[in-house]
Ligand binder design. Sequence first.
Ligand SMILES: [Zn+2]
Length: 92
Amino acid sequence: MDIINSIKKARWESIPCVCGKEVMDSFPIKECLSCKFNQAWLSVPQKDFTVNDNIIDKNGKVTKKQTKTVKEITLHRGDRYQDVIGFSWSWT
Ligand SMILES: [Zn+2]
């Protein structure tokens, strides 16, 4: 998997976790930017994955089932913290 727009150390990684030991004092109940951005980062696929790319006719009926393998994704980051706000891919 190639990850475009990868950053060695994003700004958010310098933010310390402020979670406590209790559930009520921890993410996601407590607003913790460190945990929030880390969770987003962990949702980024690190390995190639397949997606459905079925062929459909004009009536929306599947005429051919097929999948494609995604080997490259582009990360989208927030301006302020450089946190991952999503990713996209395109066929090559
Ligand atoms: Zn935390």
